[in-house]
Ligand binder design. Structure first.
Ligand code: ZN
Ligand code: ZN
Length: 316
């Protein structure tokens, strides 16, 4: 009995500690911050997790794509999953959505790193509502069991999905999110990038895309652009049909340079980085630098950027 009591008080102390270590609302009201949760692709890298970008603006936490490992990265940031206000999807390729069930289901639990109290709000291209319906069906046993066994909230596990079209898809508390149609290949339709406007500042996420005028047109005035990129060694391309197919769906560094030269952002960052055949981040820079000389960074997981009124700074 005594042991049990001691265990419970230790557990309570641990829980208390982990709650007080969570500085979620540390962002001030006018803060505008972008954090790369995962800069990778379907490739099961230990250093580049699946696609996911956290944008904090106006006191809101918005997640763009939910790839493999997004929950671990949020945990590293001490951001309880329940604090994510809204999820947006660029497109429904599996690398961008496999982390949804984890975020949605684990985020519902009562632990301090979870605790969602409201329905799981998610906006994405046509098929998003279907995806969420399917997930509710796939995880029906877990949902039913935890409601009965743990008395978890029915409301907080419900989903609120929206299928979107190009244009403004979210406008709350001064944060405006617009979907931009991009070109991820003729058969990969629809695919979007996003433009996030807050307090006179703008962040653009390219999503997965080849060079497209529509992205340039809708990115005018962007302070920060996060762009996907691919570099595959010519030798490998020559012998591999799969590699040629992968490359035909993405932007090469020279393509991104064209975008950056047109919109002249305060900072451009690569994320969703496709490297094959021994290509390295330095190869991305070398190729982009042939025509683009502005500020450019090859992203890493957990890198973050503060979008200020006059500058974009890498956060410590
Ligand atoms: Zn992708
Ligand atoms: Zn894709």
């Amino acid at each position: 009995m005594f042991l049990r009591k001691a265990f419970v008080s230790v557990l309570a102390a641990v829980l208390l500690l982990s709650v007080s270590a969570v500085p979620t609302s540390a962002m001030d009201k006018k803060g505008f911050k972008v954090t790369l949760l995962g800069t990778g692709t379907p490739f099961p890298s230990m250093t580049r997790f699946g696609p996911g970008i956290l944008i904090q603006a106006g006191g809101q936490n918005l997640l763009f794509d939910s790839g493999r490992g997004v929950t671990q990265r949020l945990f590293q940031l001490k951001m309880p999953f329940g604090k994510i206000n809204h999820v947006f999807l660029t497109h429904l390729h599996s690398d961008h959505v496999v982390g949804i069930p984890d975020l949605w289901l684990s985020g519902w639990l009562g632990a301090p790193w979870a605790r969602r109290k409201v329905p799981f709000a998610i906006t994405g291209p046509e098929g998003t509502t279907n995806l969420m319906k399917g997930l509710e069906m796939a995880y029906a046993w877990d949902i039913k069991t935890r409601i009965e066994d743990q008395n978890l909230s029915k409301v907080a596990i419900s989903t609120a999905p929206t299928d979107m079209k190009e244009g403004v898809v979210y406008n709350k508390g001064g944060v405006k999110v617009s979907a931009i149609k991009v070109n991820h290949g003729a058969k990969i339709n629809p695919a979007f990038g996003f433009r996030i406007d807050y307090d006179g500042r703008t962040v653009v996420l390219s999503g997965d895309t080849k060079y497209t005028e529509n992205l340039v047109k809708n990115s005018k005035g962007a302070d920060l652009i996060i762009h996907s990129v691919a570099s595959i060694a010519p030798k490998l391309l020559k012998k591999s049909k799969i590699m040629r197919a992968i490359l035909s769906h993405h932007s090469e560094p020279e393509d991104t340079a064209k975008v950056f030269n047109a919109i002249k952002p305060k900072l451009a960052v690569y994320s969703h980085i496709v490297l094959y055949g021994g290509q390295k981040p330095a190869d991305l820079m070398r190729r982009a630098r042939k025509t683009y000389s502005g500020p450019l960074v090859v992203g890493k997981d957990l890198m973050s950027f503060v979008v200020g009124p006059n500058s974009v700074e890498m956060a410590k």
